[in-house]
Design a protein around this ligand. Structure first.
Ligand code: NAP
Length: 252
């Protein structure tokens, strides 16, 4: 039996396990299992590997996408540029009998592939809400697509030039940036009454609102967009695309 799994903490919000269980059933894959490994402290990662000798691949979620890097033998170019790993391939057949761990980032692929069909010619600039690992993956995908972007942050005086504080955002920001991407956990289960603090009253039907959150299916962020006639998209397709990419990597 080959074991695959998800590390992160907490894991109650994640659909990954359900996705793979359904995939294995649908595709009649009988020699694989997918387990959740709630890992509060990343220092316990080596013990987890030791205790689960059938592990072949892991997905990584909040809060370990950056901190897991130091346990890996190498990371691919995309993960290096993003600075976050969400997929680990475990090769147990290395020369000295030890495992070899390779890190990847499949969020860039999942986000980019799910965004492209929604883009119109007026979607030239984007606001990325948040500055964490998911926001960096979104930024990398936007670079690939030649779309300019700015990060919005809760910080009052961000040092980086392309980061602006929410407190400064006025109607002009929304008029100039017709794509708005929520790459924060605001609004995610169980905090479904939260949303990022942008001036929703300035949204127009020209806007595209993309929420990386998929639980709940329609976040308050997306609901506020819909009320203004905006095209909206949640993060479910991104999750599915990045999971399929991870499956490809684990089996390559
Ligand atoms: P993270 O590192 O915990 O947070 C990202 C950033 O969000 C933080 O750096 C912070 O930026 C901002 N933030 C945190 N809490 C906030 C709040 N309550 N209100 C407003 N801003 C807040 O998370 P992440 O790993 O980047 O993931 C972000 C979200 O994307 C999560 O909900 C995750 O589940 C989702 N995600 C979905 C997919 C998918 O496949 N659909 C893939 C990856 C991630 P500032 O401090 O600069 O404001």
């Amino acid at each position: 039996m080959k074991t695959f799994g998800l590390i992160g903490y907490p894991l109650s919000h994640s659909f990954s396990q359900q996705y793979f269980i359904e995939k294995f059933e649908r595709e009649n894959i009988t020699d694989c299992e997918f387990k959740n490994f709630p890992l509060e402290n990343i220092n316990d990662f080596p013990v987890l590997l030791k205790n689960n000798p059938s592990l072949c691949g892991l997905s990584v979620t909040i809060p370990h996408k950056q901190s897991v890097r130091r346990f890996l033998d190498d990371v691919d170019d995309v993960a290096r540029k993003v600075g976050a790993v969400n997929c680990i391939k475990i090769n147990r057949k290395s020369e000295n009998g030890k495992w070899k761990l390779l890190g990847f980032n499949t969020d860039v692929y999942g986000f980019e592939k799910s965004l492209v069909p929604l883009l119109k010619t007026h979607h030239e600039r984007a606001l990325i809400l948040g500055t964490g690992g998911a926001a960096q993956a979104v930024a990398r995908a936007l670079i690939n697509l030649n779309i300019d972007f700015l990060f919005l942050t809760r910080e009052n005086h961000p040092k980086q030039l392309n980061r602006h504080s929410y407190s400064l955002v006025h109607d002009g920001y929304l008029m100039e940036h017709l794509i708005i991407i929520n790459a924060t956990p605001a609004g995610m289960f169980p905090n479904s009454n939260e949303c990022p603090p942008i001036p929703y009253e300035y949204l127009t039907p020209q806007h595209l609102l993309y929420d990386l959150v998929y639980n709940p299916e329609e976040t308050l962020f997306l609901r506020k967009g819909k009320e203004k006639g905006v095209l909206t998209k949640n993060g479910l397709e991104m999750l599915q695309l990045q999971a399929e990419k991870a499956w490809e990597i684990w089996n390559s």
